[in-house]
Write a protein that binds this ligand. Structure first.
Ligand code: DGJ
Length: 750
C-alpha cells in the first residue's frame, strides 16, 4: 500500500496525473515526488530509516524507485547510514564521510559529527503546492534537522530547504556549515557544467566546462549575490544537450548574501552538488530553543535542452517568484505573501517603459533639468520617470551624502513634489533612486553613528566608492533604514524605487557582539534586508521596487521575490548587452531584465551603434531609456517615439511569452531570439549582428514553436508567411554586414 496525499492507495505505481503528487509506499519504503514531467525519489533504509537519494530525473513509479534503491544497497557492502558513498539526502559530517557535507556541527562536549535517524515525516498541501517534510534527529544529541521538498502543479522546479532546531532542553551547538540542500545526479559517463560568470559591466557570461574529478566551487564571499557568479548551475550528461534537446539538471539558490555551491564527484563516482549560505567565516551558535531556517535551493530537471530549461525557469519566476499567490513562508529567502501580484493578476504586471537620466546627467540632477527631460521622455511614450543618484543633500559627486536622505534644497528648492506633480501631469509614474544600506564617511549620519558601519577594532575601514556598509544585522540600523525609506514613501507620491547597493562587504565586524557570535552578521544582514523590504511592501503595496547593485550585483531568486525587476548591468553598450542578456536568460525571465537605450557613442565603451540597433537589443527585455534626450536630434526622438510604440505592441509577448534562443553570436556570427505569446497568437523575432565577414552564413533564421498549417502576417510590412516556410526555412536575416538588427512581429492568422 502507499499513501498518496492522505489517501491509502493500492500497491501499484502512482504515476503522473494533472496534479503533482507526493506519495509514500509502505512496503517499498520509498517517497516519490511526481512533478509534471519529472520525478524525485527517496528511500528510507535500514533500521534508522535514514533518507537516501534514489532518483532525480524522468518520471518513474515506486516500483522503479525501489529497484534503483535496491541496486544501490547491494553495491554498498558496509551499509550503515553515514558510510562513505551513501547518497544521503542530508549529509551530516560524521563517520566515514569524505565528500562535501550539507551540515557540520560542534556539540558542547566537544563531539563533532552527526548520526541521524528519521524521527518524523509528513506531507502538507498549500494551494497549488505540496510539501514533504522529513525530520531527522541526532541519535545522541538534541539536534534536529527538518528537510523540506516543495513541488507545484505547474512546474518541474523542486524547492528544497532545511531548518535546524536545538530544542529548549538541549545545549548550544556551533553550526560550522548549514547548506540548504544537496543534489545527487544519476550515473552517467561524464558531465558538463554550465554556469554564469562575470564582473562589473560584464555580468552573466555563460561558461561551460567538463565536470571532471576535480571540485567546482561557485561562490560569493562579498555579502551580496555578486557580479562574479550567479547562484546557478546546469549539468548535462556527456556534454550532449543542445538548445533544443537533451536532459539538463539545473539549480538556483534563493539568497542575496554570501553563498556557495560546490559540485564534486565522489571517489566512487557519484556526482553531487551542495549549496547554501557560504560557510566561510560564518559559524552560527544555536542556543537551546533556537532555530535556523535556511534559504531555498531550487532544482529543475528538464528534457528539453537548455532552451527548455530556461523557459521552465522563466515560468517558475513569473508564476511563483515575481508573482506568487499567497503561500506559507518556506524560509527567509521567500516572503510569506505575494507582494508582486494583486489577487486578480494571473501573471506579474507588465513593466512600464521607464526613463532614467543617470548616464546623461550623473549627479547633476535638479528640478529644471529633470522637468525638461521628463517632457522629452513623455513625448516619446515613456511611462515611468526615474530620478537617479544626486537628489539628496550633499550629493555633488560620490564623495558625500549617502546616509543623509533629505532632498537637496539647492537642486530642488521646492522639494520633490512639484517635479512629481509635473511628471504625473505628463502621464508618467515617478520613481526615485536610493542606496539606503550605505553611508559616506562625509555625511551627518556617519558623524552621528560611526559605530553603525561594519568594522573590526584596530583595523582600517576600507572604503569603496568612498562609502562604507551599514551593519543591517543590527536591529537599530535596520529599523533606521526602514523608517528612512518609509518616511520618503509616506511623504511623496512615489510609484517606484530603484534600490541600489554599490559595494561589497569588507571588515564585516560587529564589535558590540564580540564573543557573542558576531559572524552571524553575514546572514542576519540579509534577513533584515528582506524584512525591511517585506515591511515596505506591506506599508506601500502600490510601490514597485527594482534591485540594483552597481548593475547586476544582486540578482537572485530571493531578491526577485521582493522586487519586480532588476538592473541587469551598468554596461548599456547594446553589442555587449547581447552576451549579458543571453546569460541572464539562462536563469531569469525577460520581464525582470531591465535594458536601457543610451547614447552613442556609449559612455562606457565609446562604441557607436545605430539607434534602432540599441532599441532592438533593449526591447528584448523590459525597455528603458537612459540617454541624454536633450542632445538627441528631433529625428532621433521621433524614431525613438515610434520604437517605443512598437515595443508597447510586442510587450506582452516579450515580457510574458516563451523565449527561444535561435542563433548565438559566439557560434553564428549573429544572435537571434524569438518570443512566442502564451496563447500562440503572435511571435516576435529579434536578430542582431556584430562585425561580420562577407557572405557569412546563416542568411535565414528558422523559427520555433510554429504551426506549419497556419499563416503568419508581418505586422509592419503586411507580408504573409506560411507557417511551414517559417519552420523549414525561416525569416531572412539582415543583409548588412555589421551591427545590423531586426525586430519582426508576426501575427498568427489561423
Ligand atoms: C549604480 C547603478 O547601477 C547606476 O545605474 C546608478 O544608479 C549609479 N549606481 C548611481 O550611483
Amino acid at each position: 500500500m502507499s499513501i498518496l496525499w492522505g489517501r491509502v492507495c493500492t500497491d501499484r505505481d502512482v504515476m503522473g496525473g494533472t496534479m503533482s503528487t507526493i506519495s509514500y509506499h509502505e512496503k517499498r519504503n520509498t517517497w516519490l515526488l511526481e512533478m509534471p514531467t519529472s520525478s524525485y525519489a527517496i528511500a528510507l533504509t535500514g533500521e534508522l530509516r535514514v533518507p537516501r537519494h534514489v532518483h532525480w530525473g524522468c518520471p518513474i513509479g515506486h516500483e522503479t524507485a525501489a529497484a534503483i534503491a535496491a541496486s544501490e544497497l547491494r553495491q554498498n557492502v558496509e551499509h550503515i547510514a553515514w558510510a562513505e558513498e551513501d547518497r544521503l539526502e542530508c549529509v551530516g559530517w560524521g563517520g566515514r564521510r569524505y565528500d562535501e557535507p550539507t551540515v557540520k556541527v560542534d556539540f558542547a562536549d566537544g563531539t563533532r559529527g552527526i548520526e541521524w535517524h528519521l524521527a518524523h515525516d509528513e506531507v502538507t498541501r498549500d494551494g497549488d503546492s505540496m510539501t514533504l517534510m522529513l525530520a531527522l534527529q541526532d541519535r545522541a544529541y538534541p539536534l534536529r534537522v527538518e528537510l523540506f521538498y516543495r513541488i507545484f502543479d505547474d512546474t518541474d522546479v523542486l524547492e528544497r530547504w532545511a531548518r535546524l532546531i536545538v530544542p529548549d532542553h538541549g545545549a548550544a551547538v556551533v553550526v560550522r556549515r548549514a547548506f540548504s540542500a544537496n543534489w545527487w545526479l544519476p550515473e552517467r559517463g561524464s558531465w558538463r557544467l554550465s554556469f554564469l560568470h562575470g564582473g562589473w559591466g560584464n555580468e552573466t557570461q555563460l561558461e561551460r566546462r567538463a565536470f571532471g574529478s576535480d571540485k567546482h566551487v561557485l561562490e560569493s564571499r562579498r555579502g551580496t549575490t555578486s557580479h562574479q557568479f550567479q547562484p546557478f548551475f546546469a549539468l548535462d550528461a556527456d556534454g550532449t544537450a543542445t538548445e533544443d534537446h537533451g536532459e539538463v539538471w539545473s539549480g538556483q539558490l534563493a539568497w542575496s548574501g554570501a553563498w556557495k555551491i560546490i559540485g564534486e564527484q565522489t571517489a566512487g563516482g557519484h556526482v553531487h552538488v551542495v549549496g547554501g549560505w557560504n560557510d566561510f567565516d560564518s559559524p552560527i551558535v544555536l542556543a537551546p530553543g533556537d532555530e535556523l531556517a535556511l534559504p531555498v535551493f531550487t532544482g529543475l530537471y528538464c528534457q528539453g535542452g537548455f532552451g527548455g530549461m530556461s523557459r521552465a525557469w522563466h515560468d517558475y519566476e513569473l508564476n511563483h517568484v515575481l508573482a506568487r499567490p499567497g503561500r506559507t513562508q518556506p524560509s527567509p529567502s521567500f516572503p510569506a505573501r505575494c507582494h508582486n501580484r494583486a489577487a486578480s493578476e494571473s501573471l506579474p504586471r507588465l513593466r512600464p517603459v521607464l526613463y532614467n537620466s543617470w548616464e546623461a546627467t550623473a549627479f547633476a540632477v535638479d528640478e529644471q533639468g529633470q522637468r525638461k527631460l521628463a517632457e522629452l521622455a513623455a513625448q516619446m511614450g515613456v511611462e515611468l520617470f526615474v530620478v537617479d543618484d544626486g537628489w539628496f543633500v550633499g550629493r555633488r559627486d560620490d564623495r558625500a551624502g549617502l546616509g543623509d536622505w533629505h532632498v537637496d534644497a539647492e537642486k530642488f528648492p521646492r522639494g520633490l513634489t512639484p517635479l512629481i506633480e509635473h511628471v504625473n501631469q505628463l502621464n508618467m509614474g515617478f520613481g526615485l533612486w536610493i542606496e539606503p544600506e550605505m553611508v559616506n564617511p562625509n555625511s551627518d549620519l556617519y558623524r552621528a553613528h560611526p559605530d553603525w558601519v561594519f568594522h573590526f577594532a584596530n583595523r582600517a575601514r576600507t572604503e569603496k566608492r568612498n562609502q562604507l556598509v551599514l551593519n543591517l544585522a543590527r536591529d537599530d540600523v535596520a529599523e533606521w533604514v526602514f523608517q528612512t525609506v518609509d518616511g520618503l514613501l509616506s511623504s511623496h507620491p512615489i510609484d517606484f524605487v530603484k534600490w541600489d547597493m554599490n559595494r561589497h562587504f569588507s571588515e564585516p565586524g560587529w564589535p558590540e557582539q564580540s564573543g557573542a557570535n558576531p559572524e552571524r552578521a553575514w546572514t542576519a544582514y540579509v534577513e533584515n534586508l528582506y524584512d525591511i523590504l517585506d515591511r515596505l511592501h506591506d506599508a506601500h503595496p502600490t510601490v514597485d521596487f527594482e534591485s540594483c547593485s552597481g548593475g547586476g550585483g544582486r540578482v537572485d531568486l530571493g531578491i526577485l521575490s521582493r522586487t519586480r525587476q532588476v538592473w541587469t548591468s551598468d554596461n548599456t553598450d547594446a553589442f555587449d548587452r547581447i552576451a549579458i542578456q543571453k546569460g541572464f536568460s539562462y536563469a531569469h525571465a525577460p520581464l525582470a531584465m531591465m535594458a536601457w537605450v543610451t547614447d552613442s557613442p556609449n559612455p562606457l565603451t565609446r562604441r557607436e551603434l545605430p539607434l534602432a540597433y540599441r532599441f532592438h537589443v533593449a526591447m528584448a527585455g523590459s525597455l528603458g531609456i537612459g540617454g541624454n534626450l536633450s542632445e538627441w536630434t528631433a529625428a532621433e526622438r521621433e524614431e525613438a517615439r515610434q520604437l517605443v510604440g512598437r515595443y508597447k505592441q510586442i510587450r506582452p509577448i516579450v515580457q510574458h511569452g516563451r523565449l527561444f534562443r535561435l542563433l548565438d553570436l559566439a557560434r553564428d556570427d549573429l544572435a537571434a531570439v524569438q518570443y512566442v505569446a502564451r496563447d500562440d497568437s503572435a511571435i516576435v523575432v529579434f536578430a542582431w549582428s556584430g562585425a561580420r565577414h562577407y557572405r557569412t552564413r546563416p542568411g535565414w533564421v528558422q523559427l520555433q514553436a510554429i504551426d506549419p498549417t497556419a499563416s503568419y502576417r508581418d505586422r509592419e510590412t503586411g507580408m504573409v508567411h506560411a507557417g511551414a516556410t517559417l519552420q523549414a526555412l525561416g525569416l531572412p536575416l539582415p543583409a548588412s554586414l555589421s551591427f545590423a538588427s531586426m525586430c519582426v512581429h508576426l501575427e498568427r492568422l489561423g
